[in-house]
Design a protein around this ligand. Structure first.
Ligand SMILES: [Zn+2]
Length: 127
């Protein structure tokens, strides 16, 4: 477990997570595929928002259960809460300062969010 600092582009939003970044997730839903985000799941006790509470805003669509959170000023989506596990933080590892995406070893799980119900069922079976 390592501590990583993260945030948006303009610097308004800053947070710290404790995570093991060996297993990342990519999602095919209409939102994530446009954002191109790579995610890790972080339990609430390992996520600390340092600043930016008032700079964040939420976008919802479809069932409106997932919270796609982004910075009001620069538009960067650094974290959110997934529909599949609303209590967890879904952190965009592209927004972590001390994680070198290009040179780190990690596996990427594909979550087929475009077919959310089937993908969720399949993942439950695999656990
Ligand atoms: Zn920002």
């Amino acid at each position: 477990m390592k501590t990583y600092r993260g945030g948006c582009h303009c610097g308004a939003v800053k947070f710290v997570i404790d995570a093991e970044l060996s297993q990342l997730t990519r999602c095919t839903c209409s939102m994530c595929s446009k954002k191109g985000a790579l995610f890790c799941y972080v339990p609430p006790d390992r996520f600390r928002l340092l600043q930016g509470d008032n700079d964040l805003t939420i976008y919802r669509f479809n069932t409106e259960q997932a919270k796609h959170i982004f910075c009001k000023h620069c538009g960067i989506h650094s974290f959110g809460h997934p529909r599949s596990a609303p209590d967890l933080f879904l952190v965009n590892v592209r927004c972590l300062e001390d994680f070198d995406l290009e040179n780190q070893a990690y596996e990427v799980d594909l979550f087929d969010g475009r077919n959310w119900e089937a993908a969720f069922k399949a993942r439950q079976r695999n656990r």
